[in-house]
Ligand binder design. Structure first.
Ligand SMILES: NC(=O)C1=CN([C@@H]2O[C@H](COP(=O)(O)OP(=O)(O)OC[C@H]3O[C@@H](n4cnc5c(N)ncnc54)[C@H](O)[C@@H]3O)[C@@H](O)[C@H]2O)C=CC1
Ligand SMILES: O=C([O-])CC(=O)C(=O)O
Length: 267
């Protein structure tokens, strides 16, 4: 299968490199997109098999699988054409996906498949299994270093300061949908959780700005008829973008690997 990667930042570059290095059996990189084309061409010259740098909207013409690794604002430029052409579309700006759920109906008609990786989160296999039964409650508590949240539209609009905190402060409590809208660069995890479970309006979210933490921490609690579980992940920030946990790119790579692997484990 061929793969195109939109965005060469913390997540996209790691994914493109894994493909170029031949670490993904049966998958080959065929195109990338970048805001800074000259820089991307320099990156390509260091690749074993350089690929064309094309606009986001053209990625779908070059590959069976289109991976979106751009800021939320550019999501639709990648997603629309990929779904329209019936590709496998892998979004990572999952909060933006919630505002474009019409893509799911469109995918039904074009034969596209939209596969959301677990990303910076944990345990969506268990959440999906529980959702086949009856789930009473899904809650996510996200705890981040205050600077990782600074500038989020919800904080700006509500005049909530996170600078100079000496103790943890809960800055948001609401639904995953409201959280994804108010913190577009921070809680894609809440959107992914909601899609795996009971949807963006029923999934509860708390966001804490915590000066005592150096990692992005996410705790999921699920109460279902089949099981009750609580899971916590403590993400090491990536070097390129401290807002993004290092595991996120690895999650995309793992999700790609299972597209062609002869054996897959986990729901
Ligand atoms: N689902 C999840 O668990 C997670 C999702 N994310 C989200 O993933 C997305 C990517 O995150 P990062 O790689 O950390 O961001 P980043 O800022 O490091 O990289 C984004 C890249 O996209 C490029 N870009 C921007 N506009 C573009 C355009 N029009 N055409 C082509 N390239 C363009 C930028 O130049 C940059 O290189 C963000 O929306 C982020 O919020 C981040 C962490 C976890
Ligand atoms: O990397 C993380 O811990 C989570 C994150 O930024 C997101 O969900 O957007």
């Amino acid at each position: 299968m061929t793969v195109a990667v939109g965005g060469l930042g913390a997540i996209g570059l790691a994914v493109a490199k894994a493909l170029d290095e031949g670490r993904l059996e049966g998958l080959r990189l065929t195109a990338v997109s970048a805001r800074d084309v000259a820089k991307a061409q320099r990156v390509m010259s260091g690749f074993a098999s350089p690929v064309p740098v094309v606009p986001l909207g053209e990625l779908a013409e070059h590959a069976d699988v289109v991976v979106e690794c751009v800021p939320a604002a550019a999501f639709a430029d990648v997603a629309g054409p990929a779904v329209e052409r019936g590709r496998i579309f892998m979004p990572i700006s999952v909060g933006a996906m919630l505002r474009h759920m019409d893509l799911v109906d469109r995918a039904r008609r074009t034969g596209a498949r939209i596969i959301v990786p677990t990303g910076a989160l944990i345990g969506l296999d268990a959440v999906r299994a529980a959702a086949e039964g009856t789930i009473r409650e899904v809650r996510l508590v996200t705890r981040k270093p205050p600077l990782g949240l600074a500038g989020a539209p919800y904080l700006v609009e509500n005049g909530i300061a996170v600078e100079g905190l000496t103790e943890a402060k809960r800055v948001f409590e609401g639904t995953a949908r409201e959280g994804a809208a108010g913190f577009p660069a921070n809680v894609n995890v809440a959107a992914a959780l909601s899609l795996a479970g009971i949807g963006p309006d029923a999934t509860r979210l708390e966001i804490w700005a915590d000066p005592a933490v150096t990692r992005n921490m996410h705790t999921i609690t699920v109460d279902a008829d089949s099981a009750r579980f609580t899971m916590t992940i403590e993400n090491v920030p990536s070097e390129e973008n401290p807002k993004t946990g290092k595991i996120t790119a690895l999650s995309v790579i793992a999700a790609l690997r299972r597209l062609t692997a002869p054996l897959v484990a986990g729901t």
